[in-house]
Write a protein that binds this ligand. Structure first.
Ligand SMILES: C[S@@+](CC[C@H](N)C(=O)[O-])C[C@H]1O[C@@H](n2cnc3c(N)ncnc32)[C@H](O)[C@@H]1O
Length: 358
């Protein structure tokens, strides 16, 4: 996380990555670029930083450093040996850097340009339009891990905790929890085909496929969740759902609006659409005292609290709110109380036609 965390924080923090102008002309910067063989990596970073700054591209230096480092086979520019930074680039390297930098000029996020990104120390494949995991979400994962550590008897039991992630995207949350909780199992659901495929691919890359069930599922569809009961009552549900208020969608940075799936972001009028569905289905899936961890907008703790008060039938309590590294209230811990469950154990349905990785 530390390796790329600094840049991520600046680039993506709070979904508010707003940049400069989009109006750039390929030819206007291309003719200024020097010839291959004359430039070192350091010089090229400087050249592209100047181009990006001129074109109003956010995080100009970081963008050019990541691209140049990537082409030279490193994750960060700082990790390149000094001799390699000074060495003249080959024509092939120069062309590759030029091509990738051209994508950055079109406001493509660096994570998609590089095709992979670190989350909680795991290297995940990234492909548009699947949501790029944000640095705040690493804090959500840390909170879940802290809570799991408070119940060592559960975390040590085979197959425990059993986790459901709603809206898995690239698989960042589920896979990082699986990698840190060696006995755990996860069910990762998403309504997006691209997200389901990417989570599966990332699970296989990380050799975590045996402990995750990846299920295409839209939580807003009546009864869609019922076959999740097959795996048994859950210890916890975790989600970074789409929570952007509809009116804020237009304000998102060009990088987000042009490349990421709007369905990963748009949470409806008050950003609550998917949150409400998760909360409504949770009591049917969770064990007694099971937990829900959510990443939300700073306006949501209050909205969620009053929504839960209006639904005492759900027996859910907002037990804690946490702030992110910017001091905004962004994470919720909600706990189930009471003993009723939606289905009696002997009424659990048949196994689903889930995508079970082999
Ligand atoms: C903000 S993204 C989070 C992705 C990933 N968990 C992360 O933190 O990087 C929200 C995800 O929820 C999924 N999603 C949106 N609506 C959904 C629904 N009705 N049912 C299931 N998944 C949904 C989107 O496809 C998207 O992948």
């Amino acid at each position: 996380m530390e390796r790329w965390g600094g840049m991520l924080r600046v680039l993506l923090s709070g979904l508010g990555w707003r940049g400069g102008t989009l109006g750039w002309a390929f030819s206007s910067w291309r003719r200024h670029l020097p010839q291959a063989g004359l430039l070192s990596a350091t010089q090229l970073v400087n050249e592209w930083t100047a181009v990006f700054e001129k074109e109003g591209i956010p995080e100009a230096r970081e963008s050019s450093e990541y691209i140049v480092a990537h082409v030279l086979g490193a994750k960060t520019f700082q990790s390149l040996r000094p001799a390699l930074r000074r060495q003249p680039l080959t024509p092939g390297q120069l062309q590759c850097i030029q091509e990738l930098s051209g994508r950055r000029l079109q406001r493509m996020p660096v994570q998609y340009i590089l095709g992979e990104w670190d989350f909680q120390g795991l290297s995940l494949k990234m492909t548009p339009p699947v949501f790029i995991p944000r640095p705040e979400t690493e804090e959500l994962v840390e909170w879940v891990l802290e809570e799991a550590a408070l119940r060592p008897h559960e975390a040590d039991a085979q197959g425990s905790p059993l986790i459901l992630e709603v809206g898995c995207g690239s698989g960042a949350i589920s896979l990082s929890l699986l990698s840190r909780l060696p006995q755990s199992r996860a069910i990762a659901v998403d309504k997006g085909e691209a997200a389901i495929c990417l989570t599966l691919e990332n699970a296989q890359r990380l050799r975590l496929q045996d402990r995750i069930q990846i299920v295409p599922l839209d939580v807003t569809l009546e009864g869609s969740w019922a076959h999740l009961l097959y795996w048994g009552p859950l210890d916890l549900i975790v989600s970074n759902p789409p929570y952007v208020f509809r009116q804020d969608m237009e304000q998102l940075a060009p990088e987000i609006r042009s490349y990421e799936d709007p369905a990963a972001l748009d949470g409806g009028e008050k950003g609550m659409d998917i949150i409400e569905h998760i909360l409504a289905l949770a009591p049917r899936l969770l064990k007694d005292s099971g937990s829900i961890f959510l990443e939300v907008d700073p306006r949501h703790p209050e909205l969620v609290s009053s929504w839960l008060q209006s639904r005492p039938d759900l027996s859910l309590n907002l037990v804690a709110v946490r702030r992110d590294f910017c001091g905004r209230s962004r994470f919720l811990h909600i706990q189930r109380s009471g003993a009723q469950r939606g289905y009696p154990v002997d009424a659990w349905p048949e196994p689903p036609s889930a995508r079970v990785p082999r």
